[in-house]
Write a protein that binds this ligand. Sequence first.
Ligand SMILES: C[S@@+](CC[C@H](N)C(=O)[O-])C[C@H]1O[C@@H](n2cnc3c(N)ncnc32)[C@H](O)[C@@H]1O
Length: 261
Amino acid sequence: MMNDLSEQMKRSWDGGARNHPYFCVASGPQYLGDDIDYDRYYGSGEDAVSAMFLHAGWTPGERARALEIGCGTGRITQALAKRFAFVDAIDVSSEMVRIAERDLANIKNVRFHVTNGIDLKKFPDARFDYACSELVFRHIPSREVIRTYLLETGRILNHGGRFAFQFNGKRAWDVARLFTGSKYVLRSLYSSARRYLGLGHVDPGYTLAAAWRGTRFSATEVRRTAELAGLMVDQFIGEGSDQMWVIGHKPASTAGQRDGR
Ligand SMILES: C[S@@+](CC[C@H](N)C(=O)[O-])C[C@H]1O[C@@H](n2cnc3c(N)ncnc32)[C@H](O)[C@@H]1O
């Protein structure tokens, strides 16, 4: 089921990136088509990163290394590259990464990776001093994937490392989402059963709309999962909103492990 989900997320975001990559990242009619104001577009990434650091009240050390989850065309990545010694930026969509590599070709302290959109297995423990993600988790249609990213952040962050993640933290009971979610689960079960019986593959019917709508992840769920991951939540900004920011850190080790660079 996770493989299906990974494939579907890739297909959806690749499709969007082939047509209107900048619009898919920062929705707004000014970002439709190719003739966009790149200074304004990439400048909005600079504003976003300044705000993340303002809220975190933290300045990275000279050798600090950052991970960005869901980098899109590199709007945020290029601003991170000015503040960190090195940035690893991942995305489920190879089309998005292709555009990011083209647009940011002059920036040498960044490496882009196309990943499965599900976990951070390709990175070793305690690799990063900072992890961030904006406008991504709110589009992921699986709570399990969001939870995995948070748990994995506890593993890949250095002691003393920081994180800033944005979620759809809405509390409201949304019947439409429940309906979409159960429809996908039923179709996935039907699809798996057909494959098991040798009756051939049918697409579970997951659509770009589902990848775009994503799912909610409440402040309570963030707190619980962060605790399991060994992370501390320092503040929620816009708690309960569909653009809820969570800023936190991995506490310094008491066992003499290396603390933030
Ligand atoms: C709305 S764009 C935001 C891009 C970037 N964070 C920014 O703010 O400029 C969402 C990006 O997340 C990526 N994405 C969606 N689901 C993902 C997942 N499960 N893992 C990694 N990237 C994902 C999409 O391919 C897309 O590039």
